[in-house]
Ligand binder design. Structure first.
Ligand SMILES: [Zn+2]
Length: 291
């Protein structure tokens, strides 16, 4: 069993229609051995500017194959523009319609902006984990934080009932205690210095999880192979398999993270139990997915 907690639909650019084609999404899942995919909304944030990927689009798509596709909903925390805005009516409706989490949460704001904290808190009450993207200020989208991720720590401490799923270049750059400024929003190469913010926060806060998705997740887990294996082993109860594939729909070009997981299993680099948890059991437990 393989559950991808980080998929998308819609047009990432106006001319690209492959992700609104239901058959393409399912064909790629079949080719890569993915049993279920969580489809994340994008269009609610003005930063994204994507077409045909808002929560309504996602729910409609997923309703065509509820056995394979799981919807996430998205709310922009600036909606209402008040730090006490009540999002209960939206969260209640989205949850009733099958949404299992909030994402992809990527407004260009500080991770502990009061408007964001307000949404995180309410998401926790509705038991909807928040899957976020973090990028430094040079990017047009994604949460901002300082070196060492103090704003994320503030959010984790302020919203203990809310599960956060970390993702994105700046989040993953902070797996290392040494974060080169020029690479804080891309893929820092080479050995990882112990003492990074991500392992520290994941150790300290039960409500911080992470997914393996995108070039950033793959890079963090493979740039220092021994460290990556130890990281996956230590956090085997909080890591979620994800792809975040926005590649052109070449079903024959398997995503590197899919190949990496296969390789770990074939070469027995991690226990079968740990790999099962990362591949699907953690997702079932956290998101209450029926199998
Ligand atoms: Zn994504």
């Amino acid at each position: 069993m393989l559950i991808d907690v980080h998929g998308h639909m819609g047009r990432v650019t106006p001319d690209r229609r492959e992700f609104i084609d239901f058959a393409n999404i399912i064909a790629k899942m079949d080719a890569w051995g993915v049993d279920k995919t969580c489809v994340l909304s994008l269009s609610e944030h003005p930063e994204g500017g994507y077409l045909e990927s808002d929560t309504e689009d996602v729910i409609t798509l997923c309703s065509r194959r509820p056995d394979r596709l799981i919807p996430f909903c998205l709310i922009d925390p600036r909606c209402g523009n008040r730090p006490d805005m009540d999002f209960g009516y939206l969260l209640e409706e989205y949850r009733a319609r099958g949404c299992k989490g909030i994402g992809e949460f990527l407004p260009k704001m500080d991770t502990d902006n009061p408007l964001a904290l307000n949404l995180y808190r309410q998401a926790g009450k509705f038991e909807l984990p928040v899957l976020f993207d973090m990028n430094d200020s040079t990017w047009s989208y994604g949460l901002r934080d300082d070196y060492g991720l103090p704003k994320l720590e503030h959010a984790l401490r302020s919203c203990p009932e809310t599960v956060f799923i970390g993702h994105g270049p700046t989040f993953w750059a902070e797996i290392s205690a040494e974060v080169p400024a020029a690479k804080r929003s891309s893929y820092p190469p080479g050995p990882i210095a112990p003492g990074g913010a991500v392992p520290r926060l994941m150790r300290q806060y039960p409500n911080l999880w992470a997914d393996t998705s995108a070039g950033s997740g793959y890079n963090a887990l493979t740039r220092d192979p021994a460290f990556g294996l130890e990281f996956l082993d230590e956090f085997q109860d909080k890591m979620l398999f994800g792809v975040d594939s926005c590649l052109r729909n070449d079903v024959n070009r398997v995503a590197p993270i899919v190949a990496f997981l296969r390789q770990l299993r074939e070469e027995r680099k991690l226990s079968a139990d740990a790999l099962d948890k990362i591949a699907w059991r953690n997702a079932v437990r956290l998101l209450r997915i029926s199998t």
